[in-house]
Design a protein around this ligand. Sequence first.
Ligand SMILES: [Zn+2]
Length: 109
Amino acid sequence: MALRNLGPRVAIADTRIARPPAKEVNPHYTTPEHRAWRAVVVARAGGRCQDPACASPARGARLYADHVIELRDGGDALDLANGMARCAACHARKTLAERARRMAYLPKG
Ligand SMILES: [Zn+2]
């Protein structure tokens, strides 16, 4: 298969509105408890991205309630201390970094 065939698929992935490719979805994310946790994490951020590396924390863009330590890494799902509001750019950057780190540790095969 020619690589050029991938072009159209890549082009339609708009990171402003699309989440990173679906991981296996943890059922926790659909619970009312998670929605309540997420609402508090986002509300207390006061519209600012809390990622220390954020290029523009006051942009006021949509914020994602992110688990600082991801659930699959043993992070507490409902501990507010494990929550951080991140803008889309920071959320994507962190998620990709975590994935790369995880893959580096996974045995091949
Ligand atoms: Zn940010």
